[in-house]
Design a protein around this ligand. Structure first.
Ligand SMILES: Cc1ncc(C[n+]2csc(CCOP(=O)(O)OP(=O)(O)O)c2C)c(N)n1
Ligand code: SF4
Length: 292
């Protein structure tokens, strides 16, 4: 999908060079537009080659994103973006791998994968657009919905306790953890840029309102609940980072919670010059014939 047109050089690359010919199909006002623009800006800053970039997603409104970015893209099965991305990065560590999706994709059906990708410190960047709802399937509660959230499918209000993605990722061992808001695209772009440059697993939690199915958790709500992480916060201090995650739904800190250096999975795997064979000794034609 979206074969790149490498018509530009790193020195001249701009945000617009990463736009695909497909226009986003999100509802007017969806928070994901701001996230996409921040991704374009971050890619321009890092000047990544579109033909070295792979954008992977599962299923959901937010997971449509690979179609809008000029890069190689993989729009996979619901909840399975991370395993695909791990396969891509492990097979070819020279590629830059960006994973995008929603809170349901990440923490519900795909929830079993995130702990292992984080603890293995796979060198990919994961951007989760959290709207506290399932947007594509018209508004059921997700693992990040506040208890008591009322939807057509939960008319008496959700009875379930919600999870805090930043807290979860810090506990799982992610080596870069940040939170942005789609209404602050400049700050978000800087977090994504830093996450892409980080050698290891980087997780960016983005507050990205669904204006159609979650009207109570919209721009006004977030505007009055977000607070910048204090300037004197030590991003090497895991306990200080965890303390900043304690307050949602009253306060959502924005900024970089945590960043530490630890060898990535591929650093360890290919240590001492071991490299993946460019031509694996696998007869793919024979495998396709066998199963067709
Ligand atoms: C195996 C499977 N189960 C369920 C679905 C239905 N489904 C599609 S998207 C989705 C949830 C999407 O919510 P989220 O990941 O939060 O993304 P959003 O649409 O809000 O961006 C579900 C349950 C599916 N496509 N495949
Ligand atoms: S349904 Fe919600 S998440 Fe999906 S495109 Fe519309 S506003 Fe965005």
């Amino acid at each position: 999908m979206n074969p790149p047109e490498p018509s530009t050089t790193a020195a001249t690359r701009r945000a617009a060079d990463y736009k695909s010919s497909r226009k986003p199909v999100w509802c007017p006002g969806c928070g994901d537009y701001g996230v996409l623009n921040s991704i374009f800006s971050a890619l321009a800053t890092t000047a990544i080659d579109p033909d070295r970039l792979v954008v992977v997603s599962g299923i959901g409104c937010s997971s449509r994103m690979p179609g809008f970015i000029r890069a190689y893209g993989f729009h996979g099965a619901h909840g399975r973006a991370l395993p695909v991305a791990v396969g891509v990065k492990t097979a070819n560590p020279a590629l830059d791998v960006l994973v995008v999706g929603g809170d349901g994709d990440a923490f519900s059906i795909g929830g079993g994968h995130v702990s292992h990708v984080a603890r293995r410190n796979i060198n990919i960047t994961y951007i989760v657009m959290d709207n506290q709802i399932y947007g594509l399937t018209k508004g059921q509660v997700s693992p990040t919905s506040d208890p008591g959230t009322t939807t057509k499918a939960s008319p008496y209000g959700s009875f379930e306790y919600s999870i805090q993605p930043v807290q979860l990722m810090l506990s799982y061992g992610a080596t870069y953890v940040a939170r942005g808001f789609s209404s602050y695209p400049k700050e978000l772009a800087a977090m994504i840029d830093r996450g892409i440059r980080h050698n290891g697993f980087s997780f960016i939690h983005v507050l990205s309102p669904c204006v159609t199915f979650n009207k109570s958790i919209g721009y006004d709500y977030y505007q009055s609940h977000v607070v910048p992480i204090p300037d004197d916060h030590d991003t090497n201090d895991i306990w200080a980072a965890l303390r900043l995650t304690g307050d949602p739904p009253d306060t959502y800190y924005l900024g970089v919670f945590y960043e530490v250096d630890r060898p990535s999975y591929t650093d360890m795997l290919y240590k001492g010059g071991r490299r993946p064979s460019p031509e694996p000794p696998i007869d793919t034609e024979r495998i396709i014939r066998r199963f067709s």
